[in-house]
Design a binder for this molecule. Structure first.
Ligand code: SAM
Length: 430
């Protein structure tokens, strides 16, 4: 089964309810990769980035199962990990993400270009800096939000850098996402954003990096990453900035979905990327970008109507949590309902002989286990998938944020509540 990989298999929603997924084998095949990740995966930080080797494992699984894989998709494509790995394997890719910063990074990583071309353009931009105006086209609202994070000098230098990029790299050039990405990647270092913080926090003692130096260092790192990647082999990935719940389905069904869904109330992606979203003009107020984000705690819900649409696992979790914290229960209910619709969309996008691989962990909120994996397995079976296989994997990449605070959010501050050291790999077959 699956090239020697071990799984627990469920074929009906009742089986999920009866057995949960606790009996899924802890299968070392999904634990870690055999070699370091390509540098392109590290050109811009992205919370909850997916380990790149999981794409390779999913492709190996597909091959062992005799699937004919030509097109891969990631419905939560984030910073384009699966997009890049699919192209590296010579496969077509379709992906979407609701976060414009994510799709900008994903498009950059999907660009085929030489390090030399990136260096040359980077030097032209850096040389133009002293001549550039410090005027910016940002709205008053965006400026009001941004100013607290930057010294006057850093703000003026960033405005010059923005103007230099706009003057030297046309909006339709394939290099535009590359330089938007370079600009975005240096923003936190050039600001008073608390370094390595997973929540927006100001560090008044921080000495921000110099904008020109940071930009040139970033350009060099990206040039080296592009050289290491070499010219791309597969077709150019299609990356949509869109909500998976409403996006137009890929024109040709895909053969393999590889994805990791957001978790409820863990990261507010829109808040974490606010410096980039505001500077790059994706929003005047980054809070607008929370709309449609699955797992955001900001969604209002008509609970009385909604709970009837929850599947059985979802209803059990939500009712248990409701007794502890009704607001949290509503957020979890909203998340579960969205994930039920995601399961249906994945079924719609997939070819009849395809498979969908989800990497998903359970969480805990106010001492109630939020069984995301069992909920998704049940949702997949209800959406029309015939069988779901489950394995557990050990998480090795969450050492930067190993704890959860009292509200269940990730934190680096030592608490009594370590985050789960395991997560599930669910593979759904139509
Ligand atoms: C766990 S992350 C995926 C990370 C990705 N695998 C990577 O390597 O970067 C989940 C992603 O779901 C996205 N997301 C949340 N709600 C969404 C929605 N309604 N439609 C599409 N993407 C959404 C978030 O912006 C985030 O990038």
């Amino acid at each position: 089964m699956g090239g020697g990989m071990r799984f627990m298999e469920v074929t009906s929603p009742e089986q999920v309810l009866g057995r949960r997924l606790d009996a899924a084998p802890l299968s070392g095949e999904w634990d870690h990769g055999d070699r370091p990740e390509p540098r392109l995966h590290r050109i811009h930080s992205y919370p909850a980035k997916f380990p790149a080797f999981l794409t390779e494992r999913a492709l190996a699984y597909g091959l062992a199962e005799g699937l004919h894989i030509k097109r891969v998709a990631d419905v939560f494509c984030g910073c384009g990990t699966v997009a890049f790995e699919s192209r590296r394997a010579g496969l077509a890719f379709w992906g979407c993400d609701i976060n414009p910063v994510a799709t900008m990074i994903a498009r950059t990583k999907s660009t085929s270009c030489s390090g030399k071309a990136v260096r040359t353009r980077g030097s032209v931009i850096a040389e133009a800096l002293p001549r550039m105006s410090r005027r910016h086209g940002l709205s008053a609202t965006a400026v009001a939000r941004l100013r607290r994070w930057f010294t006057d000098k850093a703000f003026a230098d960033l405005a010059r850098l923005r103007n230099a990029i706009e003057d030297n790299v046309p909006p339709r050039s394939k290099y535009r996402p590359v330089f938007d990405c370079a600009f975005s990647a240096i923003l936190k270092g050039c600001s008073r954003w608390q370094q390595r913080s997973i929540k927006p926090a100001l560090d008044p003692d921080k000495v921000p990096q110099d904008v020109r130096t940071a930009f040139l260092t970033q350009v060099e790192a990206m040039a080296q990453a592009f050289d290491e990647a070499g010219m791309a082999v597969g077709p150019a990935p299609e990356i949509e900035h869109a909500n998976v719940l409403t996006v137009t389905a890929p024109t040709t069904p895909v053969d393999l979905i590889v994805t990791s869904p957001p978790y409820v109330t863990s990261y507010e992606y829109a808040d974490l990327h606010q410096l980039s979203s505001l500077w790059l003009g994706y929003a005047d107020d980054h809070r607008q970008l929370r709309a449609g984000c699955i797992g955001s705690s900001q969604h209002a819900l008509n609970f009385r109507q909604a709970h009837t649409a929850l599947n059985d696992t979802g209803r059990q979790v939500v009712f248990t949590l409701y007794a502890e914290d009704p607001t949290a229960a509503e957020a979890v209910a909203s998340y579960f309902l969205d994930m039920q619709r995601v399961a249906a969309r994945c079924h719609e996008f997939l070819s009849a002989a395809g498979a969908a691989v989800f990497v998903i962990g359970n969480t805990r909120y106010r001492d109630v286990e939020i069984d995301n994996a069992a909920h998704l397995a049940e949702a997949l079976l209800q959406a029309g998938f015939g069988r779901v296989r489950a394995a557990r994997r050990r998480i090795s990449n969450k050492c930067a944020t190993p704890f959860r605070d009292g509200d269940g959010r990730y934190t680096r501050i030592r608490t009594a509540r370590p985050i789960y050291a395991e997560e599930f790999v669910l593979i759904a077959h139509p």
